[in-house]
Ligand binder design. Structure first.
Ligand SMILES: [Zn+2]
Length: 384
């Protein structure tokens, strides 16, 4: 009798999420990967990395302020011989709630200092401004500009995709980290590298001696990180992100220690794939504009999403919002490259058109590349 094999998709799915199983993964040299749960989130889990020595422990990223995450972190640290109170430092890659908020909660109950990239000041300020009503929640304004008033209407019933911010989770860090700072973490030295894009103040931590990169959400092994979805917004998020990917190629190839997904061998391999992915997206975006789509929303609806090439209409509301935001970021890079033009309609909607082919004048060609700097733009706040 033939044994029915496990269906391949099911086996792949099980393997795909094996990294999210509770526990600790020993990465050698006193470094452990500790996945913490993100219930109801498509990301499944967030990796916290424990850097241990005989005196105590430092964490890279902290997880989300949830009882289940706190308990799982405590259990994992106990297994390693530490208590939550033994955490000396929380080195946080960026201000998103699944990385930052548990650190704030644990700091309140125990000692432990929080360090965050100094570029995230604007995002923390924006969270507080929105919560106190000093600044309008601007996702909706952004969606109108992107031609997605329909989406804004559907969002209307909800205060925000994640609910109103709880300001007790968004207190300032103890230290703002500057690009290029070397952190002496007893067992190793971590170089802070500013990698704007996923958020404007995102940092990665490079351990040159062990050839390891604590990458946060900058370089993820299985998915492409969202771009510029942050309280203070960043219209140039994709330009910044592509520059931050190139920066990783300028560092020696390293082991990739991501915030979501399993540890991988090569940062360079994944960065090369991500750069190629965005070039494909830029081509699809330019083709959609050539075919007559003029707003970010129209383009987003015209191009396939996720690795399974899903239709925009089949995405959840929050994913549609991210997709529209991301399309707008791609259009801004095409504008920067001189491949599309942009003008504002009287109602503020931004309309993109294919750029006219430039004059084939030899004098102009000899003058070198033409300047395509965009006009400076106000950052557009969105929810964390
Ligand atoms: Zn994130």
């Amino acid at each position: 009798m033939a044994v029915e094999p496990v269906s391949r998709p099911a086996a792949q799915a099980a393997g795909r999420y094996a990294w999210a199983e509770p526990g600790t993964e020993d990465l050698g040299g006193g470094v452990y990967r500790i996945p913490l749960p993100l219930p109801g989130d498509a990301l499944t889990a967030v990796n916290v990395y424990a850097l241990t020595d005989s005196e105590g422990v430092d964490l890279v990223d902290a997880g989300m302020a949830l009882a289940a995450a706190r308990e799982q972190l405590a259990a994992a640290l106990r297994q390693l011989g530490y208590g939550v109170g033994d955490v000396r430092n929380f080195f946080i890659t960026h201000v998103h709630r699944d990385h930052y908020t548990l650190a704030v909660e644990l700091r309140r109950a125990h000692r432990g200092a929080i360090a965050l990239g100094e570029g995230e000041r604007a995002n923390l300020r924006a969270v507080h401004a929105v919560a106190s009503g000093r600044r309008e929640r601007a996702t909706v304004a952004g969606l109108h500009r992107q031609g997605a008033s329909e989406l804004a209407g559907r969002l209307g019933g909800q205060d925000a995709p994640n609910g109103p911010p709880d300001l007790t989770q968004w207190e300032d860090p103890d230290h703002w980290l500057a690009d290029g700072t070397d952190l002496d973490v007893r067992s190793r030295t971590l170089r802070v590298v500013h990698t704007p894009g996923h958020t404007r103040g995102h940092v990665v931590f490079h351990d040159a001696a062990s050839a390891a990169l604590f990458a946060g959400d900058h370089v993820l092994p299985h998915i492409t990180p969202s771009i510029g979805f942050e309280p203070a917004g960043n219209r140039m998020a994709l330009r910044d992100y592509l520059g931050s990917l190139e920066l990783m190629l300028a560092l020696p190839d390293s082991r990739l220690l991501p915030a979501h997904g399993p540890v991988a061998d090569s940062t360079h391999r994944r960065v090369t794939e991500l750069l190629a992915h965005h070039e494909t997206r830029l081509t699809q975006t330019r083709e959609a504009v050539s075919a007559g789509m003029s707003t970010a929303y129209e383009v987003a609806k015209a191009i396939p999403w996720t690795r399974r090439r899903r239709n925009f209409a089949d995405l959840e509301l929050i994913s549609q919002l991210l997709a529209t935001n991301e399309t707008a970021a791609h259009l801004e890079v095409l504008l920067l490259r001189g491949e599309v033009t942009r003008q504002a309609a009287p109602d503020g909607t931004e309309l993109y058109s294919p750029a006219e082919p430039g004059p084939a004048d030899s004098d102009l060609a000899a003058a070198g590349p033409t300047a395509t700097e965009p006009e400076p733009t106000e950052p557009e706040p969105t929810e964390p």
